[in-house]
Design a protein around this ligand. Sequence first.
Ligand SMILES: [Zn+2]
Length: 442
Amino acid sequence: MTCDLLIENAAVLTVDAAWNLYEPGFLAVKGDSIAAVGPMAVRRAWEARTVVDAAGKLLMPGFVNAHTHVAMAAFRGACEDVDDRLRKYIFPLEARLVDRDLVYRASRFCLVEMAASGTTCFGDMYYFEDEVARAAREAGLRCVLGETVVDFPAPDCPEPYGGLGYGLDFISDWAGDALVKPCLAPHAPYTVDAEHLRRVRRESEARGLPVLMHIAETAPENERFTASHGSVLRYLDAEGALYPGLVGAHMIYLDPSDIALAAARGLSVAHCPGSNAKSGRPICPAADLADAGVPVGLGTDGPLSGNGMDLQGIVGLFPKLQKMRRNDRGAVPARQAVRAATRGGAEALGLGKVTGSLEPGKKADLVLVDADSFGLQPVYDWYAAVVYSMRPSDVAATYVGGRLVWDRTGMKGFDQAEAMADVRGVADRCRGVIAELTGGAS
Ligand SMILES: [Zn+2]
């Protein structure tokens, strides 16, 4: 049998339902999909145009970053360590600085860090998502991109809720794209009224698209809807705005009946432990959600909220915080954390049949990890090594749909030095406004 790309002699972590691990193993790619994966003993049946000898390397599914705002890389490190940052700084910063050019340049810059740390797929919510789509297509990364719908004038729409029209145009322009899945992203229950939440649901269900939204993230939001309906989730449910395909980012303020409700309504969760910790918020009951059957993926959140865009910084934090929350060292074993960072994220974003594990028929979204690093050796358990020891710099190569998108020589889709120069130029444009907002303390 012939294929286009064959990776051999690697330790192959499939993250399939049976937790198959082939050491040494191989993986065959035909077109953009995985044709076969298995132990080296059965590799002989395959001929390939390109053969990669991956001895000493780990081959695993690409990381899926289930929640981020890549264009916010423009503001990374600004306005840190202050209360109510969203309303005091972020919204005003966006109103004054975010334009089409900033979104494109900052997104392209951010995607370099993501590809270089082994992320092959991401879920994003922002403005001018068509520019994020353009950057993602150049980078060669898979993504679910949600155009923001919000009740105030946004950088890309002067009218409140203008994101709905903008988003529907974006969806029709990018329909059927091999890598980019466009959709709508109502900002949050406290910035989008119930009528528009239902409209987003109708438009999305008619097109079979997921919906991305921040849910139960902030204390004022929790207080408001707990007073009126018992909880944020019960408010959404009472308004007909809790449904399969809705991906809730954060989902911090949940009681046991909210968890049961999330499972019953077919919700997915993008858990962002790094940005939540940095914001001083309670710990999301992510392990309880997963135990209840809710698909749980992991996200960095945007570079302003989570800073590092690598999933290595999140995949270990997830079990550590759940162990703290449950006061149980056994909570979230390492392989469950690996699953959440790959397959769980794909399932949460509605791409569970497309990516997230190394199985024949799925897209060839893969990472080769250099397992000979001083931080990783010795390896007794590959899952523990990925969760607790792996660093972004251990990634040797990242493939999406069988295409090499990054290796140690850099991005394949564009010049990453140019992306770096671009973001420095963008930051120079932002400096004055940031200094003004923070009283010169940026
Ligand atoms: Zn967010």
